[in-house]
Design a protein around this ligand. Structure first.
Ligand SMILES: Nc1ncnc2c1ncn2[C@@H]1O[C@H](COP(=O)(O)OP(=O)(O)OP(=O)(O)O)[C@@H](O)[C@H]1O
Ligand SMILES: [Mg+2]
Length: 205
């Protein structure tokens, strides 16, 4: 399975999502994370301590990819028109992480409109960095997206400091010394379960 993580706006948790989806997929089959962001955030995160899956530069992707069952692409924010066409056509699932705030939502609609114009149908929005209750930001944005007919993951990734600690210390969130580390990891586990149940459903068809 080839999964791309992309967004028009920066700081939507693309890299955090790509890293943790890759970690979850690796528990099922050999997984490669391809860092397509010139900032090399995923590679730098990996270099600090080493993830339990392979990470490579996008320029090495062709050489690496034949040995892996799953490939996850992390991308840079603000993809150009050409990038967008590649994004839209080159994967089985395009995950669009979205933080629940008005500015991010406006940019998301621009992005999904462009994707629709390119005929892309395999995208799905993932709500990330969702503030804890009693804040209703996550639910409110989900309602707006659903009303607009856009596909959204049932699973949501909540806002936990553990994710920042993970990136700082070069580990996965489950390996951070933080009381919410397991809860944070479980959020991405639910996302991966949703992705995998989609593929099982397709295999049955
Ligand atoms: N669920 C979360 N809870 C709290 N903080 C988070 C969460 N997910 C990501 N972050 C933090 O938010 C910031 C942005 O995340 P990340 O780097 O993954 O976003 P990005 O979309 O890849 O950014 P860029 O557009 O710069 O590539 C980072 O500091 C990260 O640690
Ligand atoms: Mg990034």
């Amino acid at each position: 399975m080839i999964i791309t993580v992309a967004s028009l706006k920066g700081g939507q948790a693309k890299t955090t999502t790509a890293v943790h989806i890759a970690a979850q997929m690796q528990t099922h089959a050999k997984t490669l994370l391809v860092d397509g962001d010139p900032n090399r955030s995923a590679l730098n995160w990996h270099k600090r301590r080493g993830f339990p899956f392979e990470v490579c530069d996008e320029r090495q992707a062709v050489k690496f990819s034949r040995d892996f069952t799953h490939i996850i692409f992390d991308t840079q924010a603000r993809p150009g028109k050409e990038d967008l066409e590649v994004l839209a056509g080159g994967c089985d699932q395009l995950i669009i992480p979205l933080t629940p705030d008005a500015l991010s939502l406006d940019t998301l609609f621009v992005f999904t409109d462009s994707l629709k114009q390119l005929g892309a149908t395999q995208f799905k929005i993932l709500l990330t960095i969702v503030p804890p209750r009693p804040a209703r930001d996550g639910e409110d944005v989900r309602q707006t997206l659903t009303a607009a007919g856009l596909p959204v993951f049932r699973a949501t990734v909540r806002r936990y400091k553990a994710f920042q600690k993970a990136a700082l210390s070069g580990v996965l969130v489950k390996d951070v010394a933080d009381e919410y580390a397991a809860a944070a990891w479980a959020d991405y586990e639910a996302v991966a379960d949703e992705i995998m149940s989609k593929t099982k459903g397709e295999a049955k068809k």
